[in-house]
Ligand binder design. Structure first.
Ligand code: SAM
Ligand code: SF4
Length: 438
């Protein structure tokens, strides 16, 4: 663990930084370092509140929901922390056949999901780009899933082009750790041992045409302040080079995994640190989607939504065939076991707006264009309307009888007085029209 030097905080300086972020301007690396070094317990609530307000300015109250779909747990790498690592002899291995991936996706679509994140271990013999293309094409053809994102090992530019052409929205890949000695220790074997290949993944994805890229560090491998600073530096480099940075930043926190070889865990990230990390990402890049997975327990997830997180997975399983069957070996233990419906209801109770919207990808709102719309506060209205329309569709098609009435009341409270537009659109949905969005 690196020693943290205590730096005297100037509260007025911190307030200036927060004011800049509230004007939806990206923070500089030196401003981000000042937040990372902030050691004044009285100022942190002010920072959390600013993060909440920045999120509200950009996205309003909407919270995007999705689920991961694990394609395989057969892996040629040996990342010390992961249950899928090659050396885990106790793991029960499985790679989904195309029709099994479709089965998983249709079951999720029946539960109400419209956006899935495909997650794959790394095994080039079992899962080349041809396999991914077939999976994506079959899910779009045979299910009501409207957008697929992908978290997989880094690819060549040519393979990224094929992935993009297949219709994948966001390409997501976590650097795990930017700290080279820690990276080497954690990833001794397999192609993932190549730090530079992973570090340059986003450049190749952008070169191949991906404008929406998802980044993150695996929190707990090394000092979190150092890692967050490094991820921000990486993002800044991408912004300077391409005009846009990450579309999403995830905050995966290391979890126990069956078969993990990580016994020594000195850089554990506390709940309080996780709150700080979410707030700093939100303030540093106001337009970024901050994603929290079901690695985290329910209470902290609900709290993070109130200080900057804008997307959450729900009802997740982390093993291939985990939805239709009990699944085989999981990647790690999940902390939040609530169903999609329970999370939807909770988000509404928090005064936020659950959203199953997928409009931006199909309307071409990506990369620099998305960022400009967000910075001009235009996304807020678009997102809110689409959240309501997607919730109405959920009520019609997927909600259980127990919650329909409750969610209808939530919708009703959102209809502005004398508005005809929304009630008309709701009526169209009741009559069977689907995928209405702006
Ligand atoms: N196999 C690909 C790779 O490693 O990039 C992508 C999929 S991997 C299944 C997705 C992410 O899960 C990894 O990038 C890592 O950050 C995270 N992960 C692995 N083991 C974990 C654990 N024990 N707890 C929390 N997250 C973990
Ligand atoms: Fe394989 Fe990814 Fe797990 Fe590493 S993190 S063992 S590459 S699935």
């Amino acid at each position: 663990m690196i020693e943290q030097r205590s730096i005297k905080t100037d509260p007025s300086r911190i307030r200036d930084i927060l004011a800049k972020s509230l004007e939806l301007q990206d923070l500089t690396l030196s401003e981000i370092s000042e937040l990372l070094a902030l050691d004044d317990a009285e100022l942190w609530p002010v920072v959390f509140d600013a993060a909440r307000r920045v999120k509200e300015k950009v996205y309003g109250r909407r919270v995007v929901l999705f689920a991961p779909l694990y394609l395989s747990n057969e892996c040629l790498n040996d990342c010390l922390y992961c249950g899928f690592r090659k050396g885990n002899r106790d793991a029960v291995r499985k790679t989904l056949a195309i029709d099994e991936a479709v089965q998983e996706a249709s079951l999720l679509a029946k539960r109400g999901y419209r956006r899935l994140l495909l997650v794959a271990s790394e095994h080039n013999k079992l899962m080349g780009i041809g396999y991914f293309e077939k999976v994506v094409e079959a899910i779009y053809r045979e299910t009501d899933i409207r957008i697929l994102h992908m978290n997989s090992a880094p690819m060549s530019v040519d393979d990224f082009k094929r992935l993009k052409a297949a219709g994948v929205g966001v390409y997501q890949c976590f650097q795990e750790t930017y700290h080279i000695p820690t990276y080497r220790y954690m990833h001794e074997k397999g192609s993932k041992a190549d730090y530079a290949w992973r570090l340059s993944a986003m450049d190749r994805a952008v070169e191949a045409g991906f404008e929406d890229i998802g980044m993150g560090v695996l929190l707990g491998l090394y000092d979190w302040r150092w890692e967050v600073g490094a991820l921000m530096a990486h993002s800044r480099r991408l912004i300077n080079k391409y005009g846009f940075g990450p579309h999403t930043i995830s905050v995966p926190r290391l979890q126990p995994a069956q078969g993990s070889r990580l016994n020594d865990w000195p850089n554990r990230v506390s709940d309080e640190d996780l709150r700080k990390i979410v707030a700093i990402y939100r303030l540093a890049l106001p337009y970024v989607g901050v994603v929290v997975s079901t690695r985290e327990h329910a209470e902290i997830r609900d709290e993070l939504l109130l200080i900057g997180a804008s997307q959450v997975s729900a009802g997740s399983k982390t093993s291939p065939l985990g939805y239709v069957d009990h699944g085989d070996t999981e990647q790690f233990e999940t902390g939040d076991k609530r169903s999609l419906e329970e999370v939807i209801v909770k988000i509404a109770e928090l005064g936020l707006m659950p959203s199953l919207c997928t409009a931006c990808y199909r309307e071409g709102r990506s990369g620099e264009m998305f960022r400009d719309l967000a910075q001009n506060q235009a996304m807020k209205g678009i997102c809110h309307t689409n959240a309501l329309l997607s919730l109405k569709e959920y009520i019609e098609d997927n909600a259980s009888e127990d919650v329909k009435e409750k969610l209808e009341r939530v919708l009703k409270a959102e209809i502005p007085e004398n508005s005809t537009g929304l009630p008309d659109k709701f009526r169209l949905i009741e009559e069977g029209k689907r995928d209405i969005h702006v």
